[in-house]
Every structure is written in C-alpha cells, then in structure tokens.
Design a protein around this ligand. Structure first.
Ligand SMILES: Nc1ncnc2c1ncn2[C@@H]1O[C@H](COP(=O)(O)OP(=O)(O)O)[C@@H](O)[C@H]1O
Ligand SMILES: [Mg+2]
Length: 212
C-alpha cells in the first residue's frame, strides 16, 4: 500500500473535511470516510469530491451511512444498526489514501469502542486538525496524549485558522509533534483557491513515504 493518512481533529467542525479535500487533491489520492453520521446536509464524501475536484471513482464508499447527525454510537442505534469495528478496514486502493474519522478521537462508535481504538488497530499515521483560536492548546495536547496512550502513530498537526505562532509553537514543544502547516480560513471556498492555499502553506514532502 502507498501513502495512507488518517485525519482526525480536536472536535467536530474544526475543518477536517476541508483539509482532507486539500490533501486529497495535492496527493491525487483516494478518500474514504468510514462512518458518516448525518446525510441531510450532504456528506463529507460529497464535499471532498467537489473541493478536491476529485473523480468520483477516487471517493470510496462509506462503510456506514447513518441518517442522524449525532455521535455514531447513537446515530447507529437510531437507524436500528450497530457499528462493527471489524468492518472498518481501510480499502485496498492503487494509490495514496486519505481517511477521515468522525469528530475527534474519543467519539464512540458503540458502547465498547471509540474511534481511537480503531486508529490504534490500523497503525496508520494520523494528522490532527486543530484550530488556532483560544482553547486549542488544551484540546490539542489532550488529543496528542490520547494518541500516545494508545500508541497511535502521529504524523503531525495541521492548524486551521488565523496565524497564531505562539500557539503553534507551544503545541509542538509540549506535544512533541511536528507542525505540518496552517490552512487559513478562506472567504471563498473553491477547489481552485483551496489547492493554491494548500500548496502555499504545506510542504508536500511531509506527506511522502508515510506507510501503515
Ligand atoms: N480553511 C477553511 N476556510 C473556510 N471555511 C472552512 C475552512 N475549513 C473549514 N471551513 C468551514 O467550516 C465548517 C466545518 O468544516 P469541516 O471541514 O466540515 O469540519 P469537520 O470535518 O472537522 O467537521 C464548514 O462549513 C467548512 O466549509
Ligand atoms: Mg468532516
């Protein structure tokens, strides 16, 4: 298998899907969202297809598509199903793969399993998407601690938002992680603009050679 990355975040709504779209475009990769909770406002796969300007064949079908925008343990219950972590196996594809989790690391898939348990099983390098606004240092360091506790490989942190050099620096220092770059908030979010901004703010060599 070539380069595979897992994208997680400190929270829901931090910008994982937008970052995933930028990375999918930059690597010409496949994209997989194993568990999608909430279908009415469009899915993350649809957003990535559009923002990465990716051919639909590169968007791998979700393992679980759940109708309610809630924690997967609850949305699966509402849909009368349950998530079997053994079904969450990264697809075998003929190129790089970007996988996006749901919410953050300790989001429950069931009453027994959280997303981080699945990541620990996979042993695929994780990119932690995190805000640059006040409160992020605590959330980011807690997430890093949770990953280390489970021996999840960490590729680095992708910051999202306005520049905040002190925050980025203290997270790298105390968390012992690499800053991969920062995606600014774009007023007009288009595939063209996102591609340019990603190239200007991230060094693609940081994503080279990462293997499960
Ligand atoms: N870099 C960005 N510039 C502008 N808007 C963004 C950016 N990143 C995220 N957003 C917006 O913030 C919201 C949440 O982003 P999303 O990527 O869906 O977060 P997550 O996948 O972490 O839940 C969306 O409306 C998205 O368009
Ligand atoms: Mg998302």
């Amino acid at each position: 298998m070539t380069e595979t990355f897992v994208i997680t975040g400190t929270d829901t709504g931090v910008g994982k899907t937008v970052f995933a779209a930028a990375l999918t475009n930059a690597l010409g990769s496949y994209y997989w969202k194993p568990v999608q909770s909430g279908l009415d406002d469009g899915t993350d796969s649809q957003t990535v297809c559009r923002l990465a300007d990716a051919p639909s064949e590169r968007i791998v079908a979700e393992a679980y598509k759940l109708s309610t925008p809630a924690s997967p343990h609850l949305s699966s219950r509402i849909d009368g199903t349950s998530i079997d972590p053994r079904r969450l196996v990264p697809p075998n594809v003929d190129g790089p793969l970007v996988i996006e989790g749901a919410g953050g690391l300790l989001v429950p898939l069931s009453e027994r399993t959280v997303f981080a348990d699945v990541f620990a099983e996979w042993q695929i390098p994780v990119i932690l998407c995190t805000r640059t606004t006040l409160g992020t240092i605590n959330h980011t360091l807690l997430s890093i601690e949770a990953m280390r506790h489970r021996a999840i490989p960490i590729l680095g942190v992708a910051f999202i938002g306005d520049e905040n050099l002190e925050t980025e620096s203290i997270i790298s220092t105390l968390g012992g992680v690499r800053s991969l770059g920062r995606l600014p908030l774009l007023r007009s979010l288009t595939a063209t603009r996102l591609r340019r901004v990603f190239h200007d703010n991230f060094d693609l060599t940081a994503f080279a050679g990462a293997r499960p």
